[in-house]
Every structure is written in structure tokens, then in C-alpha cells.
Design a protein around this ligand. Sequence first.
Ligand SMILES: C[S@@+](CC[C@H](N)C(=O)[O-])C[C@H]1O[C@@H](n2cnc3c(N)ncnc32)[C@H](O)[C@@H]1O
Length: 259
Amino acid sequence: MVSPAIALAFLPLLFTLIIRYRYYFVLFYRAVLVRVVQDFLTGLSREERAFQYVLTHATPGNPDSILDAFDHWCSKVEFISNIGPKKGLVLDRLLRENSPLNVLELGTHCGYSAIRIARSLTIGARLYSVEMDKSNALVAEKAIRLAGFDDDMVELIVSTSEEVIPKLKEEYGVERLDFVFMDHWKRCYLPDLQLLEGSGLLSEGTIILADNVIFPGAPNFLRYVKRSGLYKCHMHRASLEYIRGIKDGMAELIYLGAK
Ligand SMILES: C[S@@+](CC[C@H](N)C(=O)[O-])C[C@H]1O[C@@H](n2cnc3c(N)ncnc32)[C@H](O)[C@@H]1O
């Protein structure tokens, strides 16, 4: 048995840890505990619950209202790792300033960032969005079409990035990529960047925006980018989507061309 005196001595340490890591507790509570309970109570996936909320609170054909409904649900109800409204502004600005024609997104999830990208595209531009999870892709497809974007503007590809990247030229007729948004599993960032380099789809000036490079983090990817000499790199520092207090960032890379 631990004596009450020893237990009391540990209380300050416990409080310090709770205060220091409170935002991580909040994240764990909202992303894991609430999700498990709600999955059990509703029999629906978290993504389906989010989409039901969007369906009942957003205006069809209005991408802004669909993004607002997602943002409200993710900040007040449950957590989903969409890029979110704050980091989303960086994505919006880069798209507005560069008017890319061919955009690739790795990691669609519920379609939040795909809608965000599509609403900034110019006429004739196209987004290829890759999602490996079939049930996430089903929700994303419904959300993207609800926002009013058809298959000509946003093509949702249900597969892994590793399988799709080598086929983009021949099967999807993509000649070059102007903008790549990476927001899938962080361990895939580096191998997929190298696949993109080998695919011949990157050309001088192609922008690659990689989310969550600080939290959960992609250290191998950042190390490679800095050492390779193939990219100009700029870090956009921010907090994690929907949880202030956890530091995160997006890496903006500009491809300088093959050496
Ligand atoms: C962080 S979420 C994407 C969020 C989305 N970009 C947004 O901001 O709305 C990551 C998604 O990437 C998908 N994913 C992870 N690794 C993948 C891979 N190698 N290929 C395709 N999809 C992947 C996961 O299934 C998950 O739905």
C-alpha cells in the first residue's frame, strides 16, 4: 500500500502534468473517447455523423456554408482532422495567388479540404483527390457533390497514394502537377514525395503544401526536403486544427527542378 503522505507528495507533479498537457487531454477526449462512445450509441461512423450534421445545417450548392457546418461540428461536437479554418486560409491564399490547373490532394477524408480547394480553382482547373478508405471516400463524394462540384472539377480516386501516383500520367492523363496538397498519413509524405519526383509530374515552380509537419510531425520528410536542395521551403506555423494550444505547421515547398 502507498502511504497517504507519499501519494500527497505526488499531487503537485500530477497537477503540473495535467496543466502542461491539458490540450493533449482535450484532443484525446474529443478524438478518441467521444468517438468511441458515439460510435456505440449511434451505430454510425464519426464521418457519417459529421455529414448528417452538414446535411441538416448547410445549404446545398454553397461550399462556404458546407465548410462552416464542418467547422462548427469539428470545433463544438467531435474532432476530425480537417485542415480547418485557420490553416485553410494559407491554402486558400496559395491557390488564389498561383491559379494552379492540375491539383493533387493526398488524403481526402470527408472532403473538407477538397471543397476548400475546389472553390478556389479557376475555370478548367481540376483536382484529383486520393483517399484509400472506402467509407471515408463515400462521405467525401457526397459532401463534394453537395457543395456543387462535379466529376470534371473534382475527381475522387479511391486508392492509396502509392498506387495512384505512378498511374497519374497514363491512366488519368495528367501531364504536370501545379499544386500538391499532402494531408494523408505522415509516414507516407517522404516516400510519396520521392514517387512524385520520379514520376516526372513535378516541374519548376510546382507547389507542395504538407500539413501537420509539426504535429503529429514528419521529421524524415522535413530533413529530406532541407538536404535534397530540390526545394525552397517555407514553414507556416499555426496551431492544430480545432485545438488551440497544440503547435503545428504546414511546409510550403516550391520545386526548383531536377538537378
Ligand atoms: C488528415 S485526414 C485528411 C483531411 C483532409 N485533407 C481535410 O483537410 O479535409 C487523412 C486521410 O488520409 C487518408 N490516407 C492516409 N494515408 C493514405 C494513403 N497512403 N493514400 C490515400 N489516402 C490516405 C486517411 O484514410 C484519412 O482519411
